[in-house]
Design a protein around this ligand. Structure first.
Ligand code: ADA
Length: 624
């Protein structure tokens, strides 16, 4: 069975997901269709209680657990969800067989297929940690090694329209030594499972398969470019009708393109110069709706509809320009995590988080360190939050990053899927290719150059960078658009006042590039008692968190640095469970969790929240 990659999907205006290369063989995007808003009800949600069993001895495949009637003891589990979260005893218990389980686990569900109406049925997994293999009715469907990304398979030929279908998925959350992420990964809790929704999407024989929308500002006018790929199972006379409407439903632009009658994929591009456009910005996040209707004789039209915004991001010397004007980025990092659900947050919880980040006075968020749920990007589009989004090369080793196999099977397909899945969100302005890697080594500099150039070739309209913790020792900054530094002066090393001078030195080294502080933060734990803390311990008090952030904000956003420091991103919005902090020299009160949040895990604001809020709001007012 053919494995398929989707590069984008939408339903009723909800951008859902996108492509994903599969299997270790390094298969590139096959150009499978993108789920879309149709004229009929074509999306079937497979969420619910599925059968589940662990496979600690890795016997499942040899024992044919994928067979529709495989016996053995299966228990029930929520999909979407994580098996580490669902079955773990809390709080973290090192003896817990589920909390720390790393390995294979099996999921099974049964469903009735839609009546045979459209030519193709695609099966989507919106997010898996870490890898998956899929069987339908006992037949192998495909596999994927791409975590936190949408993966889709064309299941048409294995699907039964007559009776029940049995879908079986093997998930493996063991960490591979050389993959992305690799064995160095300990940056956040590695909950395994089918963490985001699973659903079916029907598509006709002639359909559009990818959508890339670019907006460019030139001489006060907006140019819109829409690129689609039309797929025809067999040659057909095909029309692609594009239309753009305002939020109020007013028709702004319409154009029809003809695709040649030829089997397979044809790339189409349309462009228009438009007047009277309201640009998208954090202060006025104006959205339009683009509808792509692909029609061929004898089939219902293939209809995709999604929201776009007119905005341009670029650098000029050491400044970042949004829609032609310099912008100061008041930012914060965010993990997608909540207690009890791991990374499977509800749409409402994601929305609450993003609205709270907006209320903080921020105009910028780094979605660290992986592609988050599609609804998070939708929220950012709507609320007006600029986004830095990242591939999960978290502290990956030099060996991993310089391996041609890792590039072929993980890095390259992950970068490609990330760009294809998120490129129509106006909020996304920065692609990041790594976090805290050994960027003081030549082989890592070579990786950065390759990754940055590759992402630029996929999307020349956005900025590309990575988060470096090497500061002056970094030798990989040549190809990046922004010099991004993670710094923890006054926490892991140095003094609070060291930040500004380091930024000035970085500017001297890279006078032609904007600088962003991609992480800065200190822990804040309720009732931390400095007097009883061990000698030499860091200060985990709420007071110190306020002092730390005030000192860093003052230096990062100092008026005299505005010309070259484009902004900063606090580490982090909410506390989260952190495997780094299970053992080591962390005080008991800070074990298991990273407490650098401005809000606690259950979203209660710490004193630092109000301090940052008044700083960011003042900054915003000063800019007016
Ligand atoms: C790193 C890393 C983050 C976070 C932070 C910390 O720099 O990029 O993921 O874990 O440190 O709190 O130590």
């Amino acid at each position: 069975m053919r494995f398929s990659l989707l590069s984008f999907c939408l339903l009723s205006g909800t951008i859902a997901c996108a492509a994903a290369p599969a299997a270790p063989a390094g298969i590139g995007p096959s150009g499978a269709p993108l789920p879309a808003a149709y004229s009929g009800p074509t999306r079937i949600n497979l969420s619910g209680r599925w059968d589940f069993r662990l496979d600690p001895d890795r016997q499942g495949e040899a024992g044919a657990w994928f067979a529709p009637n495989a016996d053995g003891t299966w228990r029930k589990i929520a999909v979407p969800g994580s098996f580490n979260e669902e079955f773990a005893r809390r709080p973290a218990d090192p003896g817990d067989p589920y909390r720390f389980y790393k390995g294979k686990a099996w999921y099974r569900t049964r469903f009735i297929a839609p009546r045979a109406g459209r030519a193709h049925v695609f099966l989507h997994f919106s997010g898996t940690v870490l890898r998956q293999k899929v069987w339908l009715n006992g037949h192998p469907i495909g596999s994927s090694v791409l975590p936190w990304l949408d993966v889709a398979y064309d299941i048409t030929s294995s699907l039964s329209h007559l009776g029940e279908n049995t879908l079986v998925v093997e998930v493996d959350n063991s960490i591979l030594p050389e993959a992305i992420p690799d064995a160095k990964w300990r940056g956040w809790w590695d909950d395994g499972g089918l963490i985001w929704p699973v659903y079916l999407e029907e598509r006709p024989a002639v359909r559009s398969e990818s959508y890339a929308t670019t907006t460019m500002l030139a001489d006060g006018r907006w140019r819109l470019k829409v690129e689609t790929a039309v797929h025809e199972d067999t040659p057909a006379k095909t029309d692609v009708q594009l239309s753009l409407t305002s939020a109020g439903g007013r028709l702004v632009w319409k154009q029809t393109e003809e695709a040649p009658a030829s089997a397979g994929q044809t790339d189409l591009a349309s462009a228009a110069d438009l007047t009277g456009i309201q640009p998208w910005s954090p202060d006025r996040p104006v959205l339009y709706r683009l509808t792509v209707k692909t029609s061929a004789p004898g089939q219902p039209p293939d209809l995709a509809s999604y929201r776009i915004g007119f905005r341009q991001i670029e650098t000029r010397g050491s400044q970042i320009l949004l829609n032609g004007a310099p912008i100061t980025l008041r930012g914060i990092n965010r993990h997608e995590f909540a207690p009890g659900v791991g990374q499977s947050l509800s749409v409402a919880q994601n929305r609450r988080d993003m609205a709270d980040i907006k209320a903080l006075g921020a105009n910028f968020v780094r979605l660290a360190h992986y592609s988050q749920s599609q609804d998070v990007y939708n929220d950012c589009d709507e609320l007006g939050l600029l986004v830095w989004t990242e591939m999960p090369a978290w502290q990956s080793s030099a060996a991993t990053l310089s391996s041609p196999e890792v590039w072929k099977n993980y890095a390259q397909p992950e970068l490609e899927a990330m760009v294809h899945q998120l490129r129509n969100h106006p909020s996304v302005i920065i692609w990041s290719v790594a976090n805290e890697i050994p960027s003081d080594k030549p082989e890592v500099a070579a990786y950065i150059a390759k990754a940055v150039n590759y992402v630029h070739s996929l999307d020349p309209s956005r900025l590309v960078t990575f988060a470096s913790d090497k500061r002056e020792k970094d030798i990989s900054m040549g190809p990046v658009d922004i010099v991004a530094v993670n710094e923890y002066y006054g926490w892991y090393y140095g003094k609070l006042d060291d930040v500004g001078p380091m930024l000035d030195r970085m500017h001297q080294e890279y006078p032609g590039k904007p600088i962003l502080v991609s992480e800065f933060g200190s822990e804040g734990v309720a009732n931390w008692n400095r007097d009883t803390a061990k000698n030499g311990s860091k200060d985990y008090s709420y007071d110190y968190q306020v002092r730390f952030l005030s000192a860093h904000l003052k230096q990062i956003f100092a008026p005299q640095r505005r010309g070259y420091v484009a902004g900063g991103l606090i580490w982090v919005y909410s506390d989260f469970p952190d495997p780094h902090r299970i053992n080591g020299d962390h005080p008991d009160i800070a074990r298991y969790r990273n407490s650098k949040g401005l809000v606690t895990m259950d979203r209660k604001p710490k004193p630092a929240y109000a301090v940052v809020q008044s700083f960011y709001r003042r900054l915003k007012q000063e800019e007016r």
